[in-house]
Design a protein around this ligand. Structure first.
Ligand code: GTP
Ligand code: MG
Length: 226
């Protein structure tokens, strides 16, 4: 913002009132997304708690949440050809509220996804199963866009949340791949193709490890609740 723009804001001009009004609306909406995250997080913690009492282990290793940064929201709307308004954010973006659920075993992912889907206040909007169909770079995760009602003083509002459910192995790979690849212009770097190939190779090693652990679990599971 330029100095002149700040001055205008101080003078209570119509622009300043408009700006403050929009900013208030934006922060209000971000608060609503944070509340939606809390609702989903509680549901997941309840499922994890119940399972751990019955089976003596936690299917969820950890949960990480994030709200999309204002500049990323702006960039994404811009790319889609929409103005930066609270209405457009709610209509066109599915990933303002994000919840990452990291599980011990592959079958825990599907169990958690099924148990969330069965809850009658949750509406599943979209599923992308990058475990059954990994991306060509090797990325694997189970993605869900869900809508959950949040009860505010002004009434009930359905809020969308993106869930990424993955194993520790998938999370390890995706986090490192993100750190390595998300550099501006990296595609132009000499030897980039080789790096992509190496990342794909490491993804395959992790698939092997995930499958191996699942097989061991299934073996033990024939004799013990696990
Ligand atoms: P975005 O516009 O990136 O959100 O993609 P999308 O709307 O097509 O959704 P998709 O379900 O494919 O991806 C959603 C999110 O999953 C991304 O924002 C990332 O957090 C994660 N993701 C998807 N692909 C990759 C990948 O190749 N590597 C890593 N590290 N993360 C990925
Ligand atoms: Mg995204």
């Amino acid at each position: 913002m330029t100095k002149d723009e700040v001055k205008k804001l101080r003078m209570n001009s119509p622009e300043s009132l408009q700006f403050l009004n929009n900013a208030t609306k934006f922060y209000n909406l971000m608060m609503m997304y944070r509340c939606a995250i809390r609702e989903i997080q509680t549901k997941l913690e309840v499922l994890d708690d119940e399972f751990s009492v019955e089976n003596n282990r936690n299917p969820i290793s950890f949960i990480k949440t994030r709200i999309k940064q204002p500049n990323s929201i702006y960039d994404k709307l811009q790319k889609m050809g929409y103005e930066f308004t609270t209405e457009n954010i709610q209509t066109y973006l599915n990933d303002v509220a994000g919840v990452r659920i990291v599980c011990a075993f592959i079958d825990d992912i599907y169990m958690i996804s099924d148990l969330i889907t069965q809850q009658d206040d949750i509406k599943v909007i979209e599923i992308k199963d990058y475990i059954k169909n990994p991306k060509s770079n090797g990325y694997r995760s189970y993605h869900m866009i869900v809508e959950i009602p949040v009860f505010f003083a002004k009434g009930k509002t359905p809020m969308r949340v993106e869930l990424q459910i993955r194993t520790n192995g998938m999370d390890f790979w995706a986090t490192l791949e993100h750190q390595l690849r998300y550099k501006k212009g990296i595609e132009e770097m000499p030897g980039y193709d080789e790096i992509s190939e190496e990342l794909l190779h490491s993804a395959r090693a992790i698939i092997e490890a995930d499958n191996e652990m699942q097989r061991i679990k299934d073996k033990i599971g024939m004799f013990y609740e696990i």
